[in-house]
Write a protein that binds this ligand. Sequence first.
Ligand code: CP
Ligand code: NVA
Length: 305
Amino acid sequence: MKKDFLSLYDLERADFEAVFGKADKVKKMLKAGVSHTPLAGKTLGMIFDKSSTRTRISFEVGIYQLGGMALFLNNRDTQVGRGEDISDTARVMSRYLDAVVIRTYSQSFVEDFARYATIPVINGLTDEQHPCQILSDLFTIKEKKGRYEGLKVAYVGDGNNVANSWIDAAARLPIRLGLACPEKYEPAPNILERGTKKAEGGITLYRNPADAVKDADVIYTDVWTSMGQEAEKEERKKIFSGYQVNGELLSRARKDAIVMHCLPAHRGEEITDDVIGGSHSVVIDQAENRLHVQKAVMEILILGG
Ligand code: CP
Ligand code: NVA
């Protein structure tokens, strides 16, 4: 049966490890100049309703490096934008493509598409989830720290798609997760509830960022205004002003803490220039790993292992 990748909550620990193992191999092969083209003749459809730099490029380049090709489809240019039924679209696209990655607003669009598609569907970001990002970030943590088990990840800022996917990760892997979010900007209550029940290492919601980053191995932040929330930008700047990752906050974490951001960053808002550009920051390596991890995901989903 085909497998989809819609949220980290759907994965078992063995699935994470399979991806990390393969990502490590494809990364080493690429660096050594060894060609690896198991997806020759395969086509990845990319349905994108929102902007993207990293996700789009890493999937397009990734499938190309694996021997296949990508077809970038903006919903405005297809019949989806004119209201074609999602079940027809998903079933028809399944006859042409070998997998599809979707970046859109509602999680239900991705879930509905996956229900009707007979090919693997990958969630490339919705308002609710960003699983490719956090999967790759865990690989980066493993690379930088040698493990993720028992480490404390402190997420500071908006309880958005990235925060929700961190909660799903903590539900499946033995990490300790602390989130500091302002009132009314907490992660999705259903995701927090199901995650808290499962999380071996614990998930704690704080109001004060200083409490969340105490003893943290990883400090993670994301924009205060996500795609689709642009009208709230000025209001959000005021509400989140105490949630900036700056030198003072960083000094409260472990001495060897790493700083992560999924990017794009708004320097001077959620993170200061000196911290994102400083010695604790791993954001560029983090972005690079999107390529290696997504290559692993595509290979596993398309070839079934
Ligand atoms: N982090 C991330 O998904 O970046 P893009 O929006 O550029 O794809
Ligand atoms: N939370 C951000 C992530 C961008 C990669 C957004 O949804 O815009």
